[in-house]
Design a protein around this ligand. Structure first.
Ligand code: 5AD
Length: 428
């Protein structure tokens, strides 16, 4: 059986609750009716559920020993390896004091190639993560509900001009069933509803979200691209509280070449959602043709400027039915470097190990966590549809969700991370 950690509300100020987890305090938006003393689950900075005190106390007595045990393990694993390269060591120590890095310093980190130096970078970012935001980690479930798309992005397998793509739209019933399974059977407390840009279908989402929220204690993120302000308003009114919209690259010219539209339109959409109150997940693709290290550093800065709650950077992976079919994926290290640098630039952030990164190497999830990341996303899309959500080569290979949850739990436990949602694997 699985558990997630409930916390106790110790104070509420202006709708913002302070929640205690064995002495560690975190803040989250309190839903109507939440009171001081309540035991709650919080996710993405929002309280999603109040638990009966008896049930919460039972869970907490289980967690009482595990919580410090996990923290100790994390601390052990997060000890940095100093670098013999004096200049690099100076940069890493500067970063770990929370001081801003110059462009030259950041680029020097992104340009590292030597194995020991990379290890110093990754372990420093991980130690900094451990010291600044601790060991809590979240795992979102993602339901990929449509692969119809009005866009023709040069890298993407579901681009509209790929006539070979087998298009689908999950029905409302299918979406509700997938959400119910992820939240009520497997314990997910955040759901991402993702699709290609499918404006007609997006209009149906608010009603679906209302229905999901009647059955599931969860934070809902929408990931539907530039759906327009009216649609985002309607999604907010229906109860969605997060928006995953990548800007893909902050290089304006590259963006236009790959998308055939303006970066400013994408950025305006993200800013609109952020001002509306949505928690923002954003980021980009690493390894696009013509992308420079400077533009990658600018990507990280743009995420921060957009007040990202979670950063999502994954590698480019070619898809054979796209114009970029012959462009190679980058090495895992190129993405790990971005994860580490992101950790220095925004110490409090959630940083995702993306599915695309995991496709590059079997160990990439672990490596990502040990380079400063602290979040995961698992696909809760039914297998018959997931097989068609073919963004890039290998995207659709995922085992049954129960099994994927167990694999994630095992890794989190091994690394000493406290899951804020999918719970922990029990040891016999
Ligand atoms: N390689 C890596 N990521 C891709 N995406 C789309 N195509 C690819 C690809 N070939 C990512 C985009 C998009 C997200 C849903 O999938 O960043 O925002």
């Amino acid at each position: 059986m699985c558990y997630a950690i409930p916390g106790q509300v110790v104070r509420i100020d202006d709708g913002l609750a302070e929640i205690d987890y064995f002495g560690e305090r975190k803040k989250a938006i309190a839903a109507a009716g939440v009171q001081e003393g309540d035991f709650v689950y919080a996710q993405a900075g929002i309280i999603v559920q109040t638990l009966p005190a008896g049930q919460a106390r039972k869970l907490l007595s289980y967690w009482q020993n595990i919580f410090p045990e996990l923290k100790n393990r994390d601390k052990e694993l997060a000890k940095r390896s100093p670098s013999k390269n004096k200049l690099l060591e100076k940069t890493l120590l500067t970063a770990m004091q929370g001081k801003p890095l110059s462009d030259a310093e950041a680029l020097a980190l992104l340009n590292l190639e030597e194995k020991n130096e990379l290890q110093s970078l990754y372990s420093s970012a991980n130690e900094y993560r451990c010291k600044t935001i601790g060991n809590s980690s979240c795992t979102h479930a993602i339901i990929e509900f449509t692969n119809n798309c009005v866009n023709d992005c040069a890298y993407c397998g579901i681009r509209k001009s790929n006539a070979a793509a087998q298009r689908y739209r999950m029905t409302e019933q299918e979406i509700l069933a997938a959400a119910d399974f992820a939240c009520n059977k497997l314990g997910f407390k955040s759901l991402v509803l993702q699709g290609g840009e499918d404006p007609e279908y997006a209009k149906k989402l608010p009603a679906i979200i209302e229905k999901i929220l009647l059955k599931c204690s969860t934070v809902i993120f929408v990931s539907i691209g530039e759906a327009g302000e009216e649609t985002y308003d309607a999604l907010w009114n229906a109860g969605a509280r997060g928006a995953l919209i990548r800007f893909e690259t902050s290089d304006r010219q590259l963006y236009s070449e790959l998308h055939g539209s303006e970066l400013s339109e994408r950025v305006n959409c993200i800013e609109f959602a952020q001002k509306k109150g949505f928690q923002i997940v954003t980021g980009g693709i690493i390894g696009l043709p013509g992308q420079t290290k400077q533009s990658i550093f600018d990507d990280i800065k743009l995420c921060k400027q957009l007040k990202a709650e979670m950063y999502s950077f994954g590698p480019f992976i070619p898809h054979n039915k796209t114009p970029l079919a012959n462009h190679c994926a980058p090495k895992v290290d190129e993405v790990l470097k971005v994860i580490s640098l992101t950790r220095f630039i925004d110490p409090q952030a959630k940083i995702l190990v993306t599915t695309a990164l995991e496709k590059l190497a079997p160990q990439a999830r672990r490596q990502g966590f040990l380079a400063g990341a602290n979040s995961l996303m698992l696909s809760a899309t039914p297998p018959e549809y997931l097989a068609k959500y073919d963004l890039y080569a290998g995207k659709t290979n995922q085992g049954a969700l129960e099994k994927e949850v167990r694999i994630a739990q095992e890794l989190l436990r091994e690394l000493g991370r406290a899951p804020s949602d999918i719970g922990i694997i029990e040891k016999d």
